[in-house]
Design a protein around this ligand. Structure first.
Ligand code: SF4
Ligand code: SF4
Length: 306
C-alpha cells in the first residue's frame, strides 16, 4: 500500500495547499441526502445533476477497479478588488485563468510523480467536470466539513478553495481524519443570503440561488429573478463573504490563478465591452459558461443595485 504521507508530500511539491486520501467506497450517506435534494427539485433546471446518480455514488463506475480517491485543495483567496464588491459584481473564483486547466495540469503532474515512484498506476483526474461529489470526497479525506452554506470549509483555507480529485486503481493508505463540523451556533450565511436560498443547513434551493440564476439557468430570467440578483452579474459570494472561516483564512494569491487584466477589470470596462473583446479576454475563463449576452445583460440590469 502506498504510504499516505508520501502522497501528501508529493501534492505539496506540485503546489496544492492541502491533500487527503480516502478509500474509493460507495457514498452511502450522500445517496440519501443527494437523492432527497434532487427529489425536492432543488437542482432546478440542472437536469445533469439528476443524471448518472449511481455513478456519482460509486467511484468504480467512473474508474474501473478504483481503490483510492486523492482529494486536493488550491486556495483562490485573493486581495479584494472593486468588481467583487461594487455592482456589477463577479464571484471571486471566476476572476482568473480557467481553473479547470490549471488544476488538471497539477493533478496530471501529481499522477506522474506517483507513477515515477510507485510504478503502474491507472486513474483519472477530475475538477468540477464529471459526476464526482467532490465536497463529499474532500470531507472523507479529512480536508474539512460542509458548512451551513453547503461549501467545504477547511479550517486554514476557509471555503475559497478549488477541489480536485485523482481516482486511482491502487491502494493508498487513507488519511483516517474526521474533521468535526465547526459551524457551531453561527448562522451568518443563512441570515445574509439575500434570497433565502439556504432553506436548511447544508441545503440550497437552486431555484432561489443567485449563482444558479446568473450562471446556470438556461431559460430566460423572469423580472422577479432579475430583481433577486442583488448586484451580482456572475455568481454570488455573499454566504462565503460573511463566513468567519474565510475572514481569517490566509490570502494565497497563487500566481497560476492570477490574470493582470482581470485583476484590474473595472465595472465600466465590463459594462461597455463589445462581444468580440469579451470573447477574446474571457476566453477559457469561467465567465464563458454564461457567455457574453447573459453576463452583460445581467451586469447592466444589476449595476445600479446591490
Ligand atoms: S450563493 Fe448567494 S444566493 Fe446562493 S446561497 Fe449563497 S448567498 Fe444565497
Ligand atoms: S457562516 Fe457560519 S454557519 Fe455559515 S458556513 Fe460559515 S461558520 Fe458555518
Amino acid at each position: 500500500m502506498i504510504p499516505n504521507q508520501r502522497i501528501v508530500e508529493l501534492a505539496a511539491e506540485v503546489g496544492f495547499d492541502s491533500c487527503g486520501v480516502s478509500a474509493a467506497i460507495d457514498l452511502v450517506d450522500e445517496k440519501v441526502n443527494f437523492g432527497n435534494w434532487i427529489s425536492k427539485g432543488f437542482h432546478a433546471e440542472m437536469d445533469y445533476m439528476a443524471r448518472n446518480f449511481e455513478m456519482r455514488m460509486n467511484p468504480t463506475l467512473i474508474v474501473p477497479n478504483a481503490k483510492t480517491v486523492i482529494s486536493v485543495l488550491l486556495s483562490y483567496k485573493r486581495e479584494e478588488i472593486a468588481i467583487h464588491t461594487s455592482p456589477p459584481k463577479i464571484s471571486r473564483y471566476a476572476l482568473g485563468p480557467d481553473y479547470h486547466g490549471v488544476i488538471k495540469n497539477m493533478l496530471f503532474e501529481l499522477m506522474s510523480k506517483i507513477r515515477d515512484e510507485f510504478g503502474i498506476v491507472n486513474g483519472r483526474a477530475f475538477v468540477d467536470s464529471a459526476p464526482v461529489l467532490e465536497r463529499a470526497w474532500a470531507v472523507k479525506a479529512g480536508l474539512g466539513w460542509i458548512g451551513k452554506n453547503s461549501n467545504l470549509i477547511n479550517s486554514h483555507l476557509g471555503s475559497y478553495v478549488f477541489i480536485g480529485e485523482l481516482i486511482l486503481d491502487v491502494e493508498v493508505e487513507p488519511s483516517n481524519v474526521t474533521i468535526p463540523n465547526r459551524c457551531g451556533n453561527c448562522t451568518k450565511c443563512i441570515d445574509s443570503c439575500p434570497t433565502g436560498a439556504i432553506v436548511a443547513p447544508q441545503t440550497i434551493d437552486s431555484n432561489k440561488c443567485i449563482s444558479y440564476l446568473n450562471i446556470e439557468k438556461k431559460s430566460p430570467l423572469t423580472e422577479q429573478e432579475y430583481s433577486m440578483l442583488n448586484g451580482w452579474c456572475f455568481g454570488c459570494d455573499t454566504c462565503q463573504e460573511v463566513c468567519p472561516w474565510n475572514k481569517k483564512a490566509e490570502i494565497k494569491n497563487h500566481n497560476q490563478l492570477q490574470s493582470k487584466f482581470l485583476n484590474e477589470l473595472t465595472s465600466e470596462q465590463l459594462l461597455n465591452m463589445p462581444e468580440d473583446e469579451f470573447n477574446s479576454l474571457f476566453n477559457k475563463t469561467p465567465l464563458m459558461r454564461a457567455g457574453y449576452s447573459k453576463v452583460i445583460d445581467t451586469a447592466k440590469r444589476t449595476s445600479s443595485k446591490g
